[in-house]
Design a protein around this ligand. Structure first.
Ligand code: 13P
Ligand code: SF4
Length: 299
């Protein structure tokens, strides 16, 4: 069985498997840790393992390498790239800095290492509001997710947030109509929404949060039914952690690149110890500062 081979290879290689909440159910089930981007970054910075196998997308594995540069970090599928991260370049950030001198660049971790090197502080959806609130200056440039940036602006009105027009295609596809229909079908359910969704979808939410925030709410709420407005993989995690409750996804909510890592590709990557993430040491040094600030701010 593939799961048993993974278990054996993991011990032989002194490896840890980190998986994002959107990864395939069977991948989540063999992982040592499953969580949101912030939780995964914290795990990557604290692990004693020599090898980190990252079941997620490019920016997550790169962040692990930046936070643990002496470790071998493996992304089992090289093509597993975040579509939103690809919408931003270092040049674009430099141009925004020229337009808004004095503003801090608060960058969503869903971005390349080269973009992180241009940022003052990183954030995830779990702590974006907290990070923007904490910066010393009144103006921030928020890249690349405009929906998360708009949400942050609504929560932190005392700051001016300059937005970049990036988005996540999976979350952008959710419409207010879809959520209204789900509410009609499940009138007693709470609506839990990821902040990468459009503002009119967020307006229908009972709670807005990162994938881990959504799990925490589902666990702590007295409600038994939830409409989950984020990627489908989250439902597996929720059903596993809160077996007595019911979760309804919005049809079509799939991030294709988050589904690329399979049990087969994990076996191969542990056998071959690759494909490995390689980043220039100078780039790691620059990108590490905003990422470590993010980890220090925490949830
Ligand atoms: P979280 O940080 O909430 O896990 O989200 C990551 C992501 O890619 C959302 O699309
Ligand atoms: Fe990127 Fe969206 Fe996929 Fe998350 S769900 S990895 S933001 S494309």
């Amino acid at each position: 069985m593939l799961a048993e081979r993974i278990e054996r290879l993991k011990r032989e290689r002194n490896a840890i498997i980190l998986a994002h909440n959107y990864s395939l159910p069977e991948v989540q089930d063999v992982a040592d840790f499953v969580g949101d981007s912030l939780g995964l970054s914290i795990q990557a910075s604290e692990t004693d393992a020599e090898v980190i196998v990252f079941c997620g997308v490019d920016f997550m594995a790169e962040s692990a390498k930046i936070l643990s540069p002496s470790k071998k970090v493996i992304l089992p599928e090289e093509g597993a790239k975040c579509a939103m991260a690809a919408m931003c370049t270092p040049r674009m950030i430099q141009e925004m800095k020229e337009k808004h001198p004095g503003a801090w660049v608060v960058g969503y971790v869903n971005s390349s290492a080269e973009c992180k090197a241009e940022m003052d502080v990183c954030c995830t959806s779990a702590n974006a509001v907290k990070v923007v609130r904490s910066v010393e200056v009144k103006e921030v440039i928020f890249v690349p997710d405009s929906n998360l940036g708009l949400y942050v602006q609504s929560q932190v009105p005392e700051k001016k947030v300059h937005l970049w027009p990036g988005f996540c295609p999976t979350h952008q596809a959710f419409t207010a109509e879809m959520v209204r229909r789900a509410k009609e079908e499940h009138p007693g359910a709470e609506v839990l929404v990821h902040p990468e969704a459009r503002p009119e979808v967020i307006a229908l939410a009972d709670m807005v949060g990162s994938t881990e925030g959504i799990l925490r709410r589902a666990l702590s709420s007295d409600t038994k039914e939830f409409i989950i407005v984020t990627e489908l993989g989250m439902v597996h995690r929720l059903e596993k952690e809160a077996p007595g409750k019911r979760f309804y996804e919005i049809p079509g909510s799939v991030c294709p690149t988050m589904k690329m890592v399979t049990l087969g590709s994990i076996v191969r990557s542990l056998e071959e110890l690759g494909p490995e993430i390689h980043l220039d040491p100078g780039l790691i040094e620059r990108a590490r500062i905003p990422l470590e600030r993010m980890v220090a701010i925490g949830r």
